[in-house]
Design a protein around this ligand. Sequence first.
Ligand SMILES: C[S@@+](CC[C@H](N)C(=O)[O-])C[C@H]1O[C@@H](n2cnc3c(N)ncnc32)[C@H](O)[C@@H]1O
Length: 172
Amino acid sequence: MYRGRSLVPQALAFKSLGAGRVIAIDPYLAAAARQTDDHEVPLVVLDDFVERTDWDSLYLETQERLTRLGVGDFGELRRMTSHEAADSFADRSVDMLHIDGNYDLAAVLDDLTCYLPKLRHRAYLVMDDASWQAIRPALDALDALDAPDDPCGASSVSTTVASAVWGRRATS
Ligand SMILES: C[S@@+](CC[C@H](N)C(=O)[O-])C[C@H]1O[C@@H](n2cnc3c(N)ncnc32)[C@H](O)[C@@H]1O
């Protein structure tokens, strides 16, 4: 989520269409934003970003932007972690999922585990910063799914993703 650079345009598009709803999730907490895997961006830079950011103000500004634009019926910001929010979505209810949160591999796997079952048949899955090596194993596991056009097809698909990735890490 962060500043709402994808939330706001999507909410505006839905407003102009008169239908649709985008739900953005971000805890706006330094502890959640901190990353420890070896990323393309040096950890010292990532840590500096986390420490310098005023998370409370960022949340309030983003919320205020939604209010000012009058898109409240079409866009919503939830201040919580993606894991905490997952249970509020019914299985096979989401048409597009955009993952752009914490990019440590464990966090990406948790997002996939929580949210793949929420996707409708032929839904879109967008992974931001997919070029980062730390999340490459998660993408490889997604590629290896038996039914890539229907990631929710197997009831245990999220477990399959996690197992595949952790298995690969353990042997490398
Ligand atoms: C750096 S931002 C992404 C920036 C985005 N690409 C942009 O240009 O605006 C990553 C966001 O993920 C959020 N985040 C971290 N852990 C999260 C979690 N468990 N659930 C949801 N959001 C999380 C952070 O608070 C941060 O705002």
